[in-house]
Ligand binder design. Structure first.
Ligand code: NAD
Length: 367
């Protein structure tokens, strides 16, 4: 893991910012030296609250020679342009999910990283946590036999009840597919390899949402992206996954993610969390068995620690030093293409074949 000190500039000091700052504080080699936001007053507040020595607008951050790595926490529609600008300014970049909001923008970001020779990584990083690695270890060791199918269910994150400005989550670049889908697709691709084809249908459940979050800056949101989507994903391996991604399901008893193999079923933890129980039930078992975590836990399950971020930034810092890069750009791009294809399939009412592929990221556990 990372050995030298990396100087981090955080771009965007909104809702998730504090969770990155507290998460990154776990790693002394990752030193936050500046925060930049187009809302400079917000950047100044964030810097003061967390004793970050410098703040300013976005241009100040790109121009700061003391920043090696930009952690991009802007809203999704800004990811591509801001990431390209940061790469061109000579920074390595870790960008929140999704990598971009269109395939064309994702390609432009990848091309810029390649041209500038900078390291580009992207969220989600939850697949680096103990739960996803435990699931991967179970599958790789043949515990459920040959994977045949999978199910993934995304229920409503209820963002209008807790996010003060959740409009972006109900507009293109948001919705359950682009907002929560990255966690589930990353978990599936990490376990099962790349996706080959997708068929989907989608609709807007409720065209106007009421915001009830404390400190809200808007009272209602016009919904302009499908909020209820059903899809069938066929993986290159032949595995068929059924996915429901919805901001219209307020309550459900469906599991987060299950993988069905020739010898048994694996029930994964919430892909939005680093840790959680991973259970297996093989044919003939009288009950489910909770697997031993394949890695040390990120934080206490069921506490706000699970919402902290930082593993992906540490992964990028490690790659800057020449180590393996797991939450890498090719992986994030494939996940993005799958999500865009899912939305495109629903919009155009046809099956979509993906053009990209990727390697499964190198496992973190020892076999
Ligand atoms: N909020 C969460 O719980 C959460 C969880 C996981 C991931 N994320 C991801 O984190 C990212 C940010 O989400 P958020 O909820 O913090 O959003 P937010 O709207 O609360 O904050 C975004 C911040 O970025 C700033 N900004 C906008 N455009 C900018 C630009 N061009 N340059 C610099 N700053 C700019 C805004 O002024 C704002 O302060 C998104 O990609 C989201 O998907 C959020």
């Amino acid at each position: 893991m990372a050995e030298q000190t990396h100087r981090i500039g955080i771009l965007g000091s909104g809702n998730i910012f504090g969770r990155y700052v507290t998460g990154l504080a776990r790693y002394p080699e990752l030193n936050i030296v500046r925060v930049g936001d187009i809302d400079v007053a917000r950047a100044k507040r964030g810097a003061a609250e967390h004793s970050i020595p410098a703040w300013g607008d976005d241009a100040d951050l790109y121009a700061d020679d003391s920043v090696d790595i930009v952690v991009n926490l802007t809203p999704p529609v800004h990811h591509a342009r801001t990431t390209v600008t940061a790469l061109e300014a000579g920074k390595h970049v870790y960008v929140e999910k999704p990598l971009a909001t269109t395939v064309a923008d994702g390609e432009a970001v990848l091309a810029t990283a390649s041209r500038t020779g900078r390291v580009l990584g992207s969220a989600p990083d939850t697949f680096l946590g103990s739960a996803a690695q435990t699931a991967r270890k179970a599958i790789d060791s043949g515990l459920i036999g040959t994977p045949i199918g999978a199910s993934a269910f995304i229920g409503h994150s209820k963002a209008e009840t807790w996010h003060p400005d959740p409009a972006f989550l109900f507009q293109p670049g948001g919705g359950p597919v682009m907002d929560m889908g990255p966690y589930y697709l990353a978990a599936l691709v990490n376990c099962l390899g790349p996706v080959a084809t997708i068929s989907a249908a989608g609709r807007i459940g409720v065209p106007e949402r009421t915001v009830t979050a404390p400190g809200r800056t808007v009272d209602t949101i016009e919904v302009t992206v499908p909020t209820h989507t059903g899809a069938v994903l066929t993986f290159a391996s032949g595995v068929i996954a059924t996915c429901q991604m919805s901001f219209d399901v307020w309550h459900s008893e469906l599991p987060y993610l299950e993988i069905y193999g020739s010898e048994g079923t694996l029930s994964a933890a919430n892909p939005n969390h680093f840790d959680g129980d991973v259970r297996v039930r093989r044919h003939g078992d009288g009950d489910w068995t909770v697997l031993e975590p394949a890695l040390e836990l990120f934080g206490a399950v069921g506490t706000p620690e699970q919402a902290r971020r930082g593993l992906g930034v540490r992964d990028l810092a490690n790659a800057v030093e020449g180590g393996p890069h797991r939450a890498n750009a090719a992986f994030a791009f494939h996940v993005l293409e799958a999500l865009c294809s899912l939305e495109g399939s629903a919009r155009e009412r046809r099956s979509v074949t993906l053009t990209s592929t990727c390697e499964r990221p190198r496992a973190l556990f020892t076999a």
